[in-house]
Design a protein around this ligand. Sequence first.
Ligand SMILES: N[C@@H](Cc1c[nH]c[nH+]1)C(=O)O
Length: 379
Amino acid sequence: MQENDRDLLPEGLGDRLVQQAWASQTVRRAAHDVLASHGYARVETPVLEFEKALASRMAGVQVRRMFRFVDPVSMRMLALRSDITAQVARIAATGLAEAARPLRLSYSGQVVTIKGDGLDPARERLQLGAELVGADSTEAVAEIVELAIETLRAAGATGVSVDFTLPDLVDTLSAGALPLPAQNIEAVRQMLDAKDAGGLVDAGGGAYLPLLYAVGPFDSAIERLAAFDANGAQGGGVLSGRIAALKAIAARVGGKARLTLDPSERHGFEYQSWFGFTIYADGIPGSMGRGGTYAILGQTGRNPEPATGFSLYPDPLIEMVAAASGEERRLFLPLGHDRDVAARQRAIGWSTVAALSDADDARALGCTYRLENGEAVAL
Ligand SMILES: N[C@@H](Cc1c[nH]c[nH+]1)C(=O)O
């Protein structure tokens, strides 16, 4: 590293300066108020843990995206957290294993990955969310999707839309009504992800073609999925059950957000089981977060536990809130001001900036008011 590199930050990492830090605090507080009001108690987790603890409790957690290094103290492999859901799962399976179910927990904190997500170069992001442990029913999903929408709105987003998916659909159908040779399953999944009809047929997944077309606004897409089901792809009734569940969830959340369906979308749903969703907001490119149902492995000898949850990644929203924020009401306190009056002004919501010397300039320090004779006078 050269001397003039001293103050550079590594790629994908950055500070939040005043406006952004204020917006981040505002967004977090608004979100946590909503989560707490719905009975989700907050937990806090460490930024690094044993790699195994982060990766082994849920199927599909990707270790290769995590920063890892050997702990000089324990000589074991540690990893920086890339997804707080895995840590909440650990808490549910250990410290809170005996707590009553369903267990409602919420969290927020910074997470890091070695590489950014898709086109987004950021390697550190704020993650904020809730996990409902002990249930993955239609009721549980409806609660979580509604909560995700309300949280995102409270955080300042408008025009929220939600895209539903069925992450384990191919596994379920291929084990039942639409059998696939084991060696073709991964290729079929990939072609469905890529929305590649020709590739899907080549991979031996021709029977799955209708899934590529059951995509779009929820009401019409679910009818196409139902038609596919009626044509004999029932999967032993599994698909019919899923369709009924999706309709029930949509009926409950439909008034609160635009709904779409993409039944075979799996990208970003590494550990989710029967249900997954992605959430979007107007004016923000890319998604704001996602969630779904999953299973938490318990301590040895205990059964896996069903769970449902969501995570938001509010960084783009924080930028928007920061850009839109008006001027703060900052009150300049000249040298020798009445300290009791100043305390009363703070108690009614002012931020005060006290002069340290005669040279301090109220305007240059961002103040819009000045305390004069016990009153806030506009500058
Ligand atoms: N933690 C998951 C979303 C999720 C939370 N709970 C269940 N799924 C993610 O960030 O992709």
